[in-house]
Design a binder for this molecule. Structure first.
Ligand code: KG4
Ligand code: ZN
Length: 343
C-alpha cells in the first residue's frame, strides 16, 4: 500500500511517501523557522499562509523523488490535530481534496501518535508493549503503549512542556528560536560544576512533570549574574549546561519510575526534544544499567516531519480505518481517545 503523508500542524511543512512493503520511499520538509525567528515564536496566521504556498509544490516534489504518479497512491494521511487550527486545515483540505479526486481513502492522524511511532521507521523497531517518553514543544508525556492506538497516559506536564521550557530559556538568554538546539549547542561550552539547578517534582510520587519552575530558576540565575556584572557568554553557557542537565536528569528519573511501575524494560523516546544529546545520553545510561532497550527516531524525524504521519496513517489505513469526506481539524485531542487498530 502506497501512502502519501502530509504534516502541517505548526511551522514545518512535511510530505512523505511510505510503502507498507518497501518502507519509506521519499520525504521532503520545508521549515518556516526563518519566517518566525524575528518574532521569537510561531505566528499562526503566517504559518497557515506559508503552508498554503509550500504544500502543493512539496507534494509534487516528493512524488517525483519517489518516482511515482499520483494515481499510484492507495491512500493519504494528514495531521488532523493537535496543532494550530489554520495550519491543520491547510493539510487537511489538500489531503482530502486529493483523496476525493483520486477516489482513495484519507485518514486524519493524531500528530503525537505520529511522533510516538516515528522510531518504527528505523531498522530496529521496538516491540509492544513499551513506555514512551513523548517530549515536544507542546507536550511532555509518559505513556504506556500496548499497540497502535492502545495508549495509557501515565504522566503529563502540569505546566510547560519540556520543549517549551527550552524555548523560553533560550528567549530569556537572547539565544533565538527555536530554543532547544540553541540551548543545547551553547551548553557544550558550559561548565557542569558551576550551577546546580533543581530537578522538579522528583521527590514527589507519580509521573507528572513540571518545568516552569526551572525556567524561573534560570531567569533568577541570569538576573543575579547581570547584577554581579557577570552576564558573559561563559555564564550563559554554564546556565544552559545546568538547565539541560536538570531536564535530562528529571526525565531519566521519571522514565525509570514508569518502567518500574509498569514492569517493563523497553523505552521509546520521541518528539522534538528527543533530538537532545544530553537527554539521549542520560537515557542510554539508564537503559544500559537496567539491561533494557531504548529506541529513538533518527535525528531528522525527532522534530515534525511527513514520514511519521505517512507511517501512522498507513497502519490505520491497512487496518481498514479512514476519515469521512467532511474533513475537520481537531486542535485539541487526547491520545487516549484514539481507537486501537486491532478492535
Ligand atoms: O516535535 P516538535 O518538532 O514540535 C511539536 O510537536 O511541538 O518539537 C519542537 C520542540 C521545540 O520546543 C524545540 O525547541 C525542541 O523540540 N527541540 C529540542 C532540540 N531540538 C528541538 N529541545 C532540546 N534539544 C534539542 N536538540
Ligand atoms: Zn511535533
Amino acid at each position: 500500500m502506497l501512502v502519501l503523508g502530509i504534516e502541517s500542524s505548526c511551522d514545518e511543512t512535511g510530505v512523505a511517501i511510505y510503502d507498507t512493503s518497501k518502507g519509506l520511499l521519499a520525504h521532503t520538509l520545508y521549515t518556516q523557522i526563518e519566517l518566525h525567528a524575528k518574532y521569537g515564536g510561531v505566528v499562526p496566521e503566517l504559518a497557515s499562509r506559508d503552508h498554503i504556498r509550500k504544500l502543493s509544490p512539496l507534494v509534487l516534489e516528493t512524488l517525483a523523488e519517489a518516482n511515482i504518479k499520483q494515481t499510484d497512491l492507495d491512500g493519504i494521511a494528514y495531521t488532523a490535530g493537535p496543532g494550530l487550527i489554520g495550519a491543520l486545515l491547510v493539510g487537511a483540505s489538500v489531503a482530502r481534496s486529493m483523496a476525493f479526486a483520486l477516489d482513495i481513502p484519507a485518514i486524519g492522524v493524531h500528530h503525537m501518535e505520529g511522533h510516538l511511532l516515528a522510531p518504527m521507521l528505523e531498522e530496529q523497531q521496538p516491540e509492544f508493549p513499551f513506555i514512551c517518553l513523548l517530549v515536544s514543544g507542546g507536550h511532555s508525556m509518559i505513556i504506556r503503549v500496548d499497540g497502535i492506538g492502545e495508549y495509557k497516559l501515565l504522566g503529563d506536564t502540569l505546566d510547560d512542556a519540556a520543549g517549551e521550557a527550552f524555548d523560553k530559556t533560550a528567549k530569556l538568554l537572547d539565544l533565538g528560536y527555536p530554543g532547544g538546539p540553541k540551548v543545547s549547542n551553547l551548553a557544550l561550552q558550559g561548565n557542569a560544576d558551576r550551577y546546580k539547578f533543581p530537578r522538579p517534582m522528583v521527590d514527589r510520587p507519580g509521573l507528572d512533570m513540571s518545568f516552569s519552575g526551572l525556567k524561573t530558576y534560570t531567569l533568577n540565575t541570569w538576573q543575579k549574574a547581570k547584577q554581579d556584572n557577570d552576564a558573559t557568554e561563559q555564564t550563559k553557557a554554564d546556565i544552559c549546561r545546568a538547565f539541560e542537565l536538570a531536564v535530562a536528569d528529571t526525565l531519566a528519573i521519571k522514565c525509570k519510575r514508569a518502567l518500574e511501575q509498569e514492569g517493563l524494560n523497553r523505552l521509546v523516546v520521541s518528539g522534538g526534544v528527543s533530538a537532545n544529546r544530553e537527554i539521549r545520553s542520560k537515557l542510554d545510561q539508564l537503559m544500559a544499567k537496567r539491561r533494557g532497550e531504548v529506541f529513538y527516531p533518527r535525528l531528522e524525524f525527532c522534530t515534525d516531519n511527513g514520514a511519521m504521519i505517512a507511517y501512522a496513517g498507513a497502519q490505520r489505513l491497512l487496518a481498514g480505518q479512514s476519515t469521512g469526506l467532511n474533513f475537520a481539524a481537531t486542535p485539541r485531542w487526547s491520545l487516549e481517545e484514539l481507537d486501537s487498530i486491532t478492535t
